[in-house]
Write a protein that binds this ligand. Sequence first.
Ligand code: NDP
Length: 281
Amino acid sequence: MKIIDGKLISAKLKEELKEEVEKLKEVGIVPGLAVIIVGNDPASKTYVNSKEKNAEKLGLYSVKHQLDEKISEEQLLKLIDDLNNDSKIHGILVQLPLPNHIDSKKVLNKISIEKDVDGFHPENVGKMIVGDKAFLPCTPNGVIKILEYENVEITGKHAVIIGRSNIVGKPMAALLLERNATVTVCHSKTKNLSEIVNLADIVVAAVGRPNFVNADMVKEGAVVIDVGINRVDGKLVGDVDFDSVKEKASLITPVPGGVGPMTIAMLMYNTIESAKRRGGI
Ligand code: NDP
């Protein structure tokens, strides 16, 4: 069994990205990322601060818009419009979840697809599904980078994803299918979940329930990727019962220090990619 070091993989990727940013600066291009956060949710604030810090470390131009919880949908849409037209900005990210009085779909759809570095715009999602060049959603694409880094064979393997959200489960299925895996997607209505997960060569857990996947559910030698981030008594835990599952898995990601750091690295990757595209590089 090997524990995958997501921090190390993301650090290597960020090192490459930093060099790329330096080269872009030589030709007068500074990739710019705007992050919008509405309200004071502590978890969202932590994510946004980390994104901002990482952007600055890589030499990106980074702007944070911290907005009041009571901001109107119209005001938020106006800000996105302004950022869509701001030539210094190549990537716009709206931290989810948004307050209930704001229609998240409407907000995400407002982001110009050229600046949709989260890859959530339906047009980008459509492009991903048909295999066209698109901004790929950061978390599932980060999982793919982990599998590639660890030389995990994907072609012909049975991948079982637990979770079907638009942010993780569904795009994860599309990316694994694109790489020739046989993909099964499970969700809360799935029957015989344990038996299905037992068939998996690659398990991706994106459920949002602490320690949901236990050793009995996992086949000997499976690769286990834990996307979950749950807070239990102030501690971060994944969706996989790490201590028991690690005894059966051939490769496993920990929480924290697995998929999480890759998500941020992929956001930086998309922002730099966007700047390169606009600069015709
Ligand atoms: P959602 O709540 O949107 O989706 C959870 C999915 O799990 C749903 O499809 C749901 O099924 C399914 N599910 C819930 N309960 C069960 C069950 N008992 N059996 C089978 N399936 C079940 O979550 P997200 O996809 O947004 O996130 C998943 C986890 O990943 C969370 O812990 C989140 O914090 C984390 N996350 C981590 C990121 C990172 O950077 N590492 C980034 C994004 C998320 P149904 O559709 O039927 O309701």
